[in-house]
Design a binder for this molecule. Structure first.
Ligand code: SF4
Length: 449
């Protein structure tokens, strides 16, 4: 399995000396000597997509670059608030210089003049590792004024969201316009778009926002060229992807796979399959904000378009596994309760819809409603998308909508008997990993290179 991000099975390359011994910052130094437009063109031909929504990276860069103001911002989004996602922390804690070199390359290509590293207070190990890397880089003139004698000035400040004090904002404070609101000194609430941050973001200036994994791909592309990157993965999603696998599997953790690897290979061969020889009943490939795929349909290759064709979304690759024997009603209640709490309630439709789905599911679980509630919950789940100003509203009903379609027997079982098919399983399953149990997405999961 090709690994280009998690390249060191030990402690990674935390120190600048070790990173440089392995060629770190050489590609950046070479890029600085060339026209940034050439570097942008390399990124365009590489086909790199943002490791989140999957937008083409060079499009954002072009918009920021062509902005009229001299000041342009880069925000390194290390917030990682998606439940069950811990890949960005795995990168930051072990390869902070790879991320920092990627940030420098992004800033150079998009014409950014100032950088901000944004994270949640809970991710303190990753923050410390990145701050140490920045200190080392400043001493080596890789950050600051006149970087490597190029005449280019660029430095990065840190902004930390106090999620411990504002637990109801721990998810939404990672949305890119909410980040901008917070850095500007307001509550982290998403803004209406357009304008998009690349057009008018932080303090009204063009702002490039990238997550950590996206940035970490840039040094490899700069060092080896676009054809090298395109030789991996699929035509639609070149390169590799970091997948955080969670749930009752034998070997949960963060794995790097080439795009195009099947979900079955990831779950059965790499993550070791379901514990006790169990079978996969359902999987949400991108995490609890994405639709379920049935366990018998996991031969689908992992890339943005194929996962979409299978009816789900790849998102940040926080793959949530539900084994046979688990009840989808229980799982949907778990995730809808979390969505109901995390909704920032700026938009009436989103606030009302998340509450209505949650409360109706709890009634259905107790068997005190009839089959007409299946249609009612589905109607609300289909109505919510489009009722709000941020992506949250597009995601929050995906799990329940797909569960109602694919696993209606679980819902009917509760309506008819007021319990799961295996009456005790819903209690037993609480010992398993709950993606929404901890407010900060603080999953103490093993890192597996
Ligand atoms: S869609 Fe929901 S989460 Fe997003 S801004 Fe509106 S209320 Fe908040």
């Amino acid at each position: 399995m090709q690994q280009i991000l998690l390249t060191d099975p030990g402690y990674g390359e935390v120190k600048l000396a070790k990173a440089r011994a392995k060629g770190g910052y050489e590609a950046f130094a070479a890029a600085l000597k060339r026209n940034p437009e050439e570097w942008l063109e390399t990124v365009r031909t590489s086909g790199l997509r943002g490791r989140g929504i999957g937008w083409l990276v060079h499009n954002k860069w072009s918009t920021v670059r062509s902005g009229a103001t001299e000041t342009k911002y880069l925000i390194i989004n290390a917030h990682e608030g998606e439940p069950g996602s811990f890949k960005d922390r795995a990168l930051l804690e072990r390869f902070p210089h790879k991320v920092l070199e990627g940030a420098l390359l992004a800033a150079w290509g998009a014409g950014c003049t100032r950088g901000i590293y944004y994270t949640d207070v809970a991710h303190d190990d990753a923050l410390e590792a990145f701050q140490r890397a920045m200190d080392e880089a400043r001493e080596a003139n890789l950050l600051g004024d006149n970087i490597l004698g190029s005449g280019w000035d660029f430095d990065i400040k840190t902004s930390v969201f106090p999620g411990d004090k504002y637990p109801n904002y721990v998810y939404i404070s990672g949305e890119e316009t909410a980040i901008i609101e917070f850095i500007e000194g307001r509550r982290p609430l998403p803004r209406n778009k357009p304008p998009f941050p690349a057009e008018a973001g932080l303090y009204g200036k063009p702002t490039l926002v990238h997550n950590v994994e996206t940035l970490a791909h840039l040094p490899g592309i700069a060092a080896n060229g676009a054809p090298w990157f395109r030789a991996m993965g699929t035509a639609e999603t070149p390169g590799t992807l970091l997948m955080s696998v969670m749930g009752p599997v034998n070997n949960p953790g963060v794995f790097e796979v080439e795009a195009g690897t099947s979900l079955r290979t990831l779950l059965e061969d790499i993550a070791g399959g379901v514990i006790d020889g169990g079978k996969v009943k359902a999987v949400a490939p991108g995490g609890p904000g994405t639709a379920f795929i049935k366990g018998d349909a996991i031969d689908v290759p992992i890339d943005y378009s194929t996962i979409a064709s299978a009816g789900s979304q790849l998102s940040v690759g926080a793959t949530w596994v539900i084994p046979e024997g688990m009840c989808l009603v229980e799982e949907c209640i778990k995730i809808q309760r979390w969505y109901e709490r995390m909704c920032c309630r700026q938009c009436a439709g989103c606030g009302m819809g998340t509450s209505v789905i949650y409360s109706n599911l709890t009634d259905l679980r107790r068997g005190v409603v009839g089959t007409e509630y299946l249609d009612y919950i589905m109607d609300v789940a289909e109505w919510i998308p489009g009722q709000g100003i941020c992506d949250f509203v597009e995601r929050c009903s995906q799990p329940v909508k797909s569960a109602l379609t694919l696993f209606s027997e679980d819902f009917l079982q509760h309506i008819n008997e007021g319990r799961c098919a295996d009456g005790s399983y819903s209690l037993v399953n609480r010992k398993f990993f709950d993606p929404t149990a901890q407010d900060h997405g603080e999953q103490d999961m093993p890192y597996r290179p």
